[in-house]
Each structure stands twice: as C-alpha cells, then as structure tokens.
Design a protein around this ligand. Structure first.
Ligand code: GDP
Length: 392
C-alpha cells in the first residue's frame, strides 16, 4: 500500500519521522509524509522529513510556541490554515497514493484538535480513504489529556474512514514514566504498522502466494469506528546464520540438518507454526486492548522469509480468527520479505468494546461535569455581592 502520512503535532511528527526512516532503510519507497505543528521547536527536532515538508501553522496566533494542551485552539488553527496544509500535501504528490494516514497524540492540543479537521477536508477532496493512527494518553497524564483524547476520538470516528488506536498506558512498563517509554513505544508502533501499511508492495523477496493488496486492507477497514492491531514475530534460523554461530552452532547444525530434512517432509509443521504465530498475535498485547470477539472484520498478514510461508497455514489461521470474531469477513495473505524473521499482523477492525475507551469517556464526562460545576460556583460567589462595578 502506498501511504501518505501526515504527522500532526509533536507525537504525530515523531512517529511519521520514524515511518519515513524505516521506509528509507528498507529501500521500498512506499511511504511519503509531511508533518504539521504549531510549535517550531518540535519541527526542528525531526531527522528524516525534509525541511520543506515541515509545516508550521498558527504563527499569527501562537507565534510558533504551540497551543499547549488546548485542542479547541488546535482545531481552530487547523481550520483557518487548511488551505496551506492541503497545498503542501498536493505539492508532495498524491496521484499514486492508496490511503492517507494522519498520526497524532490525542491527549495534546495541536494533533488532537487538528487531525479531525484535516480528516474532514482530506475526505472531501480525495477519493482515497483517510485513516488516523491515534495515540491515547496514559491516565497518569491527568484529566485534561483524557478529556482532550475523548473529544478528539469521538470526533475522529465521524470524520475518518477508520481510527487505529494505540494506548500508551497499555504499553508502558510498570513504574516507567510515559516520557521515558516514548522511544520504545514508537518503535513498537512503527514495527507493527510498517508491516501492515507496506503490505502488497513488491519486496526483494518477490510476490507472495496469497498476496494482500491495498484493496483488501481498505475493505477490512470500511466499517469505520476504531481498530486494534496484534503482532507476533519469530526468528527463522537460516543456514548462513547457523554457520555464523561458530563451533557450538556447528554442533547444533549436525542435529538440525536432520530436523530440516524432516521439516521438508512435514509441511504440517510449517502450517502449525504460522497458525501459532497468528494466535500469538491476536491473543497477545494489542495496540488497544479490546474484546476481540466484538470485531466486525479482520485481516491476517504473514510477512517474512518466503521459505517459511505456508498457504494452508494462513488459510487455517484465517478460519481460526473468523471463529473468534463477531463478523465473518476475514481477509489475509502472505508477504514475502528477505528476512530471518516471520511476523504475523492481525487487524481487528471496527471493534465494539475496549475497556480503556469506555473508561476514557467516563472520565471525560465527569471532567466536563466538574468544569461546569466549578464555573457555576465561581459565578455564584460574585453574583451574591451587592457592589456596583466601576463601569458597565
Ligand atoms: P501536540 O503537539 O499539542 O499535538 O501534543 P503531543 O503530540 O505532545 O500530544 C500529547 C500526547 O501524546 C500525550 O498524551 C503524550 O503521552 C503523547 N505523546 C507525546 N509524545 C509521544 C511519543 O513520542 N510517542 C507516543 N506514543 N506518545 C507520545
């Protein structure tokens, strides 16, 4: 899939910068991207996005200092300057793009407020689908972040074609602060979504037996709402690697030669490996922990060493996923990559139940009520005064 990324705000910019870095390293050139921000320093810190593709907005309002955590201002600035954002996207070229993906931290200001505005305009102008990869704040970041994220997410589900959710709190380790966890979290994000968004592009290892093309991904996501992604990876020990492992490796090799001969005979083994990997992807940690049995559709993608791919395995894994989700539409296939690993990605699309999202909305509702109550309190204290103001 050829993806046009727009990184909105600080978190979005960092993640898109990493997607572009990963794409350059792979030599596949399936991604392109720009970043948009109200804070000049955030734009300066990036490494892989060309300078001309770093768009500073809101200069007359916030003078390059960012909007703080005020996502209403973030949305207003994005709406006021939507023409210059769209212009930059157009200049970068969109004729061969399969989808737009906006990436943003939903708890902040610029990306949280700006991404729903951009999604609406992109959808009006282009025929290609517009997806959002939204990062949820951890509860420890405070109620304002939670409130922002709830407002942004509930707007996004109406504006975007689908919202992939990544929950920061589900991914940070016990005791680790969200800030120190960022680079690790971003690695996890880019690894998973990199495999998914590049599916169908021709790699050095050739074309797969059951190719997943961009239309399969688009059809999986067409129900809208929010989606969660699972991932699992396993190493494939090649002959070359075994030689590199030296004496003890050599000893092991004399055993594994026999094993290898058996493996060739037992196609069942390969297939079992693929099924186990897909199960691990779906039952392990998802980008947004959720009740997978409420997913409307799913996509199963197995990427990696072509010798380890197994058509029957992918088919069986798809059936297993189908038995476990609400809907019956499970698409999928393989994607050979010249690598010592094989990875499985499972997209659980249009999910109906995720505890963290429910909690987010509950806290946001309470926060809104508290804000109204405290406003009323403030007003009543002055209403009771019987003192005339200096002037009306
Ligand atoms: P903005 O620049 O105003 O759009 O605000 P940010 O992008 O900084 O968004 C703040 C939210 O994004 C908070 O909930 C942070 O936890 C989260 N965030 C900030 N930076 C990162 C990052 O590098 N990775 C991840 N996963 N989350 C981040």
């Amino acid at each position: 899939m050829r993806v046009f990324f727009i990184g909105f705000g600080q978190a979005g910019g960092k993640v898109v910068d990493m997607f572009i870095e990963q794409d350059k390293k792979s030599g596949m050139n399936s991604f392109r991207g720009i970043v948009v921000n109200t804070a000049r320093t955030d734009l300066m810190g990036l490494k892989n996005i060309e300078l001309k593709d770093r768009i500073l907005i809101g200069q007359t309002v916030v003078k390059g200092h960012g909007v703080g955590t005020d996502n209403v201002t973030g949305a207003r600035i994005a709406a006021d300057e939507i023409d210059s954002i769209i212009n930059s996207i157009d200049t970068r070229g969109t004729h061969d793009v399969d989808a737009f993906v906006i990436v943003a931290g939903l708890g902040g200001g610029t990306g949280s407020g700006g991404s729903p505005v951009l999604a609406r305009h992109l959808k009006r102008i282009y025929r290609e689908p517009v997806y959002v990869l939204g990062l949820l704040p951890a509860p420890e970041e405070g109620r304002l972040y939670t409130y922002n994220a709830a407002r942004s997410l509930s707007t996004l589900v109406n504006e975007a074609d689908n919202v992939f959710v990544f929950d920061n709190s589900a991914w940070k380790n016990e005791g680790e602060s969200v800030k120190t966890a960022y680079s690790r979290l971003n690695d996890e994000i880019v690894r998973r979504f990199g495999v998914l968004f590049r599916a169908g592009e021709v790699s050095k290892a050739g074309v797969g037996e059951m190719v997943v093309d961009s239309s399969e991904i688009i059809n999986t996501l067409r129900g809208g709402g929010i989606s969660s992604v699972g991932y699992a990876v396993t190493e494939v020990v090649s002959d070359r690697t075994k030689q590199k492992r030296g004496f003890f490796g050599g000893l092991k090799e004399s055993f594994s030669k026999k094993e290898k001969a058996e493996e060739v005979l037992m196609g069942e083994d390969k297939s079992a490996k693929v099924i186990a990997l897909v199960r691990r992807a779906m039952l392990g940690r998802l980008t947004l922990p959720c009740d997978y049995s409420t997913a409307e559709r799913a996509l199963v993608l197995v990427a990696g060493n072509p010798n380890e791919m197994d058509r029957k395995g992918v088919e069986k894994a798809k059936s297993w996923v189908e038995e476990n989700i609400a809907g019956v539409e499970v698409r999928g296939g393989d994607y050979p990559v010249d690598s010592n690993y094989i990875a499985a990605v499972v997209v659980l699309a249009t999910i109906g139940e995720a505890p963290r999202v429910r909690e987010l909305f509950e806290i946001a509702k309470e926060t809104k009520e508290d804000v109204i109550r405290s406003k009323e309190k403030r007003a009543s204290m002055f209403d009771d005064q019987d003192i005339d103001p200096l002037f009306e």
